[in-house]
Ligand binder design. Structure first.
Ligand code: CS2
Length: 513
């Protein structure tokens, strides 16, 4: 079908079989910050599926930070877009139709604050990535030195940071009617609910006294910050999804979202002003989300990082291409079983063998085309959530976590290659906020090789503040960098595997909480 002859996706052109909802809800109960692919394939899909089973005032107003592409296209498509669920041999296309509005915060900042303050808004959800929280690993709190945070605190221009936006919106809300509201972080961060609460509170406490005294007690009494674990592999959009929508629905969608069939959402049931009945769409509610969060952040995300960095260094464009390489699959199994799993308490309702088996199937989903450069991007903020705690657990017990060291070595080879080493196109395409800082360290004569380089990187706080206490870890990372540079990633993986002993029985995963 030629694209120009195909009608544009919209209210009138969605085929009757495709929408999850016939039309978006009449009322907006959710304001979502971070209108990226993940939100559109995860929370929006769960919300639409819940509303398909029981009505409710839970339309979503989606807010993009600065980028205009998705918002413009969604507006032109009556706020519709397709989710293209892809697995080998099967493509399923649906249209959630759950959004009631779309804004770009940089263009309409006041409308965003009004939406956060609107009496009908009961839940504010967030997918702004690990990088979007203006968190300082140095102070373990809000980055009060960041110019954007300082500007948002002065308040003489519209807020530019997510935390600034939330607090300014809540301030407006507190003054207008003070109705309770829930802020629900859906990002891959350890303790995402508590972290968001702390950052919001720190921002509010840094305001001038009169504003602070008005806001802080209300935040305490009326705003809930439950934690959540979110899981769905959602790559960036390509023309393949646009073609799939045209072929399956006979319409033209400029902004479809690819996703794997798997989707999981676990949340703490602490909502201040009601919530959609997400349990009707498969979400799980629990009193304690942490075990689910750590399970996912370490087994899936942590292993994913290793696959991405080894894969990129080995010239692999996609995660399925990478995991198809036996040495990468073996490294993934080893880091998962020997170094991540001993740091976890597996929730009683998770069948570990099934969970791990599915992870390998999900990574091998060759039809999805998830790119190594996407998973490898932002490593400086992602690895901090994944690597240090499990590594420290091993180091404190007197063991070197060789595959966690390999993860850091492969990351540094990709993003901060030492002079003379070229990591290849997939690594070079990785985006990372720490690239310049790391390049500066790699370029200094005294830290441009071996252990001094890795020690300087760890001292910079890249992976928190525990690992610099273990010079043996830095030394092992340096050795593995050297092997990668001289003999390639497969040799480094073989070296890590050869050095790894199976974990002693007492540190094996403790099932059943
Ligand atoms: C990935 C995640 O980019 C990454 O670091 O590990 O985006 C991963 O695909 C999702 O968290 C899956 O839920």
């Amino acid at each position: 079908m030629r694209a120009t002859t195909v009608p544009r996706l919209g209210r009138a052109t969605v085929p009757p079989a495709a929408p999850t909802l016939a039309r978006p809800p009449a009322e907006t109960g959710i304001v979502h910050l971070g209108l990226g692919n993940f939100h559109r394939a995860h929370q929006a899909v769960h919300t639409a599926a819940a509303l398909a089973r029981t009505d409710g005032p839970w339309g979503i107003l989606g807010v993009a930070g600065r980028s205009t592409g998705v918002v413009r296209a969604m507006r032109e498509q009556d706020l519709r877009y397709a989710v293209v669920e892809i697995s080998p041999g099967r493509t399923r296309v649906t249209v959630p139709a759950v959004h009631t509005g779309a804004l770009v915060a940089a263009e309409q900042p006041d409308a965003v604050l009004d939406a956060l303050a609107a009496p009908g808004t009961a839940v504010i959800t967030l997918t702004v990535t690990e990088h979007g929280y203006t968190f300082s690993p140095r102070t373990h709190g809000l980055d009060l030195d960041a110019p954007a945070v300082r500007a948002d605190l002065r308040g003489d221009a519209p807020p530019r940071t997510t935390i600034g936006r939330i607090v300014r919106g809540l301030q407006r809300r507190c003054r207008a009617h003070a109705r309770p509201v829930t802020v629900l972080s859906c990002d891959n961060l350890v303790g995402n609910g508590e972290l968001t609460r702390r950052l919001v509170r720190e921002f509010a406490e840094a305001l001038p006294a009169a504003e602070r005294d008005e806001l802080v007690p209300w935040l305490e009494s009326s705003v809930a910050f439950p934690g959540s674990m979110v899981d769905r592999i959602v790559p960036a959009t390509t023309d393949a999804e646009r073609e799939a929508v045209a072929a399956h629905l006979g319409v033209r969608d400029a902004v479809p979202v690819p996703a794997e069939p798997f989707s999981m959402w676990v949340m703490e049931d602490r909502f201040a002003a009601g919530r959609p009945r997400w349990e009707l769409a498969g979400a799980l509610f629990t009193d304690d989300v942490e075990p689910y969060e750590l399970l996912k952040l370490r087994l899936l995300n942590g292993t994913h990082s290793l696959i991405a960095y080894l894969g990129a260094l080995d010239g692999r464009d996609t995660i399925p291409d990478a995991i198809a390489r036996p040495f990468i699959a073996e490294a993934a199994r080893s880091v998962l079983h020997n170094e991540y799993l001993p740091s976890l308490t597996v929730p009683a309702d998770i069948d570990l063998d099934d969970y791990v088996g599915r992870l390998f199937d999900r990574w091998a989903n060759s039809a999805l085309g998830h790119r190594t450069r996407q998973v490898g991007s932002d490593g400086s903020v992602k690895l901090r959530q994944r690597v240090p705690e499990p590594a420290l657990l091993q180091l404190r017990a007197g063991r070197i976590p060789h595959h966690l060291a390999l993860t850091v070595a492969a990351y540094l080879c990709c993003v901060a290659p030492l002079p003379g080493f070229s990591p290849g196109p997939h690594a070079t395409a990785m985006v990372d906020p720490a690239r310049d800082t790391l390049a500066a360290i790699a370029g200094r004569p005294r830290t441009s090789s071996g252990a001094p380089f890795v020690e300087a990187v760890l001292d910079s706080g890249l992976l928190g503040d525990g690992l610099p206490e273990y010079p043996a870890f830095a030394a092992r990372v340096a050795e593995l960098i050297d092997v990668i540079v001289r003999f390639g990633p497969a040799a480094a993986a073989a070296d890590a595997l050869g050095a790894t002993a199976p974990p002693p029985a007492e540190t094996a995963a403790r099932p059943g909480i």
